[in-house]
Design a protein around this ligand. Structure first.
Ligand SMILES: *Cc1c(COP(=O)(O)O)cnc(C)c1O
Length: 414
């Protein structure tokens, strides 16, 4: 499938980027909706119609009863954790290889994040790694479908249901991804999404929570709205809650972005499938492992680099690719979340380190030996940026440079 003859060089390409217009689907539709929102003069979602429309349409897309928009993906996770309502010191199992926005809300809600190891190939938590860290104090499990590749929700739900533990799905990277033919975000009690700049669709910042449970839906609505009982006969501020509302400005853009989501996903998957075919035979590289019946929707394209075959491994390969304007990320988030200062040094509220003061010692022991999957997975992963605005020539460009970089590295310096 080489697109260049030996001796020739590829024309240098600049890849579309999700940080600007080149790699986003923002256009006339978003501008028209935004204009309508501004001309209406109603910019709060409590009175406007765009955020409500977004929520109705997102619930319908997911096939669930309730969806609520909020200020960010981090806010969505906080809403979900607060809706589950842990007692201070309750344990919530999560992944050490995820966005910090999936973890700090647990601490804000007074619960203890307990880290399950990950599968070194997918960097996803598994039923086995979760089971190892469950305790009588486990209140919930937050799973992240990393890069758009689903966790084993069949196994995780069986484990959680048998013990009456709630499951929250972090789908920030996994719009329309599927496990066993069913959308992620519909397995657990609550699904969380992000509309941040770099996600499948965007409003700059923003988030969504979904649930099929009427009681959790009610709590999520109240948690977005300072727990004020809008529409009730005798409304009050019923419990502790913040203002997590999305504005109508974001809602207008989000409604227009929703129209584009199916095509964004279709395109990302088709391009990734083509890329996988192009690079499948490169020794020392492994393409994403996808479960049977699953649909990976490629927020990013994560490669597994075998350092015993490719000298220097993922870090050296990233340096080679950077020379061609391909900005890949070896080690993804660099280190497991529990090695970040906030967790490692328990920097929370004043000098208290609360709620860590309530934790079982084993729940906050982050020994290297307990996380072999996380450490070896981070050593091997190389995260390639992925984008629905890529053309076939971009995919060919990345594949060809990957191929020539790997062969140059294997031959060594001459
Ligand atoms: C982006 C992201 C978040 C946080 O979303 P924000 O909108 O940036 O707050 C949480 N979890 C995962 C897995 C993410 O990728």
């Amino acid at each position: 499938m080489a697109v260049v003859a030996p001796g020739q060089t590829l024309r240098r390409l600049t890849l579309p980027s999700d940080q600007d217009a080149s790699g986003r689907t923002l256009g006339a539709e978003e501008i028209a909706a935004l204009r309508e929102a501004i001309e209406s003069g109603t910019l709060t979602s409590t009175k406007g119609r765009f955020v409500r429309t977004l929520e109705e349409r997102f619930a319908r897309l997911m096939g669930l009863q309730h969806a609520y928009a909020c200020a960010s993906g981090t806010g969505a996770i906080h809403l979900a954790v607060a809706a589950i309502d842990p007692n201070p010191g309750d344990e919530i199992v999560t992944s050490p290889i995820t966005d910090m926005g999936a973890i700090t809300p647990i601490l804000y809600q007074g619960a203890i994040p307990v880290f399950a190891d990950v599968d070194p190939d997918t960097l996803n938590v598994t039923p086995e790694t979760i089971e190892r860290v469950l305790s009588p104090r486990t209140k919930a499990i937050v799973v992240t479908h990393l890069f758009g590749n689903a966790c084993d929700m069949t196994g995780i739900m069986a484990l959680a249901n048998a013990r009456g533990i709630a499951v929250i799905e972090d789908c920030a990277q996994a719009f329309e991804a599927e496990h066993a033919g069913r959308k992620v975000g519909t397995f657990g009690s609550i699904g969380c999404f992000s509309l941040q700049q770099g996600k499948h669709i965007t409003t700059g910042e923003g988030g969504l929570v979904v649930t099929d449970d009427a009681e959790l839906g009610r709590r999520l609505f109240l948690l977005v709205n300072k727990a004020w009982g809008y529409g009730d006969a005798k409304p009050d501020h019923y419990f502790i809650a913040l203002n997590y509302r999305m504005t109508e400005l974001q809602g207008a853009v989000a409604v227009a972005q929703m129209d584009k989501l199916d095509e964004v996903v279709r395109r990302r998957v088709a391009l990734a499938d083509d890329f996988t075919r192009r690079i499948a035979d490169i020794a020392g590289l492994r393409t994403p492992r996808i479960g049977p019946g699953d649909e990976h929707t490629y927020w990013k394209y994560a490669l597994n680099v075998d350092e015993s075959v490719i000298p220097g491994g993922a870090v050296a390969l990233a340096k080679e690719l950077a020379g061609y304007g391909i900005a890949s990320a070896p080690r993804y988030i660099q280190k497991p979340a529990f090695d970040c200062a906030v967790i490692r040094d328990q920097r929370t509220f004043g000098s208290s380190s609360w709620p860590f003061t309530l934790a079982r010692p084993e729940a906050v022991a982050y020994g290297h030996d307990r996380y072999p999957g996380a450490y070896s997975g981070l050593e091997r992963v190389l995260v390639l940026p992925w984008n629905d605005r890529y053309e076939d020539e971009h995919v060919a460009y990345i594949a060809e440079h990957l191929r020539s970089a790997v062969s140059a590295m294997r031959e060594g310096p001459c």
